[in-house]
Design a protein around this ligand. Sequence first.
Ligand SMILES: [Zn+2]
Length: 482
Amino acid sequence: MLYDLLLLGGTVIDGSGAPRMRADVGIIDGRIAAVGDLSAAQAQRSLDVAGLIVAPGFIDSHAHDDFAVLETPAMAFKALQGVTTVVNGNCGLSLAPLVTQAAVPPPLNLLGDAYRYPTFAAYRAAIEAADPAVNVVAMVGHSTLRVRHMGTLDRAATADEIEAMRADFAQALHEGAIGLSTGTFYPPAAAASEAEIIAVAAPMRECGGVYATHMRDEGDRIVPAIEESLRIGAALEAPVIISHHKLVGQANHGRSVETLALLSQAAQHQDLCLDCYPYAASSTMLRPERIALCDRIMITWSAPHPEVSGRDLHDIAGEWGCTAHEAAVRLQPGGAVYFIMSEDDVQRILAFPDTMVGSDGLSKDARPHPRLWGTFPRVLGHYARDVGLFSLETAVHKMSGLTALKFGLTDRGAVRAGAVADLAIFDAASVASPATFESPAEPPIGMRHVLLGGRLTVENGTLTGARGGRYLASSLVVTSAG
Ligand SMILES: [Zn+2]
C-alpha cells in the first residue's frame, strides 16, 4: 500500500468522544485509508506529528460566512482555527434566494450587500466557483424569504406570500439546502407567527432537513420561546437546533439551569441540539433597545461613523453630550458587541451534552467579536485545558463528531478509515486564541496543520494557498434530485 500522505507519531482524538490513542494516519485519494501503526508503510510524503493531537477538522455549526466564502475564499479566520466545514444560513439570514439592488434591512446587511442569487442552486454554483478553503453547507433563511416576497415586514404573511415562500424553500431543499432557519428575534421576522413558520417549512416533512432558530426571546420570555421552537420542530417532525443558546440581561442570569432542564426533558422524545459560542458577550446589529440589558456595549461598525469602531457606546455618548440611546440611534446602521451574559450560564450551556460549538462570527465587521478568529482554540485551550470544563475528547466531539451527526454530514467529523481526510492537528499544551475584544483579528496559536480532503490548507500555522472546499450534501435531506 502506497499512501499519499502519512501522519506519523500523533495522538488521535477521533471525534466520537472516545479516549485518545497513539496512532498514525494514512491518507489515499483524500480519504483516511488506515489508522494504526503505520511506521513501516510507504508514502509519497510523511509528516511528523509526534506530540500533536490529530482530530477531525472542525465543523462550525453556526456560521454567517454566506458571503465570506465567496468574497474571501482563503477563509483565514476559520481555516487557521482548524475549521474545515461551515454551516451557513443561520438566524433567518441566507444569501439565497434573493436578488435585490436595494439596501437590505438589518440584520440581512450583516452578511453583506450582494444579494444576487435568484436560487439556492445559483448560490451553490457560486461557492463551487469560488473554491473556498472550507466546505460549506447552508440553510435557507426565513427572513430572506420574507424580504423576497413581502413588501412590508412588520406584519404576518398572507396565504399567497406563505405559498410563495414555501415553494422557494421546497425548491432550495431540492437544490441542496439542509433546512430552514428563522430569526424571529429580528424585525424582518418578528411579526411572523408560529403557523407561518410551520407552513413555510412544511416541505421538510417530505424531504427532511433541520430547523434552526434564533428564538424570539433570549431573556425574560425565553421559556415560551423554547416551547414554540419545540412545537415547530414537532409539527415538522424535524430536528430542532436552538441557535447560540444564552440568557440575556441580569435578571435572567442563572436561568440556564431551567432552560437546560426543559431541553433535556424534551430531548427524550424529540431530536434537538444547541449551539453555543464560548464568550459571555454577544454581537449583532446595533439595537438601541438593548442598552438597558447590558453591562457594556462596544461598537463594531457604524456606517455614518466608521471612526468609532471598537469604542464603548457610553464613551461616545459622553463625548457627544447625549444619552447612550441617542448615540446608538445616530450610529445606525451599525453593529455592536453586547456584554450581556453570565459566565456561569456560558459554561453550563457549553458543557450540556447536546451542545455543539459554533462561532456565530461576523467577518464583515470592522472590529469583529473575537469569536470570529478564536472560538475553536478557545474551547480547546481555555475551557477544556485551563478551566477543565470537560475533557479534550469532549471538546473535540462538540466541534466535529456531534456536529456531523446533527447535520447529517456522512464521513465527516471522524478520524477513522473511510472518512474524508478533513483534519485539524494541534498542540494540546499550547492551543489558544489570543483574540480579544480590543484586538480581535488574531490568529490562533498551537493549531499546527489543517487538512481538507487530504490536502494541507494550513501547514505549521500558515495558510498554504490550497483550498478545494466543496458544497456538501446532508444525509438528512432526501429529495428526488438526490
Ligand atoms: Zn442569531
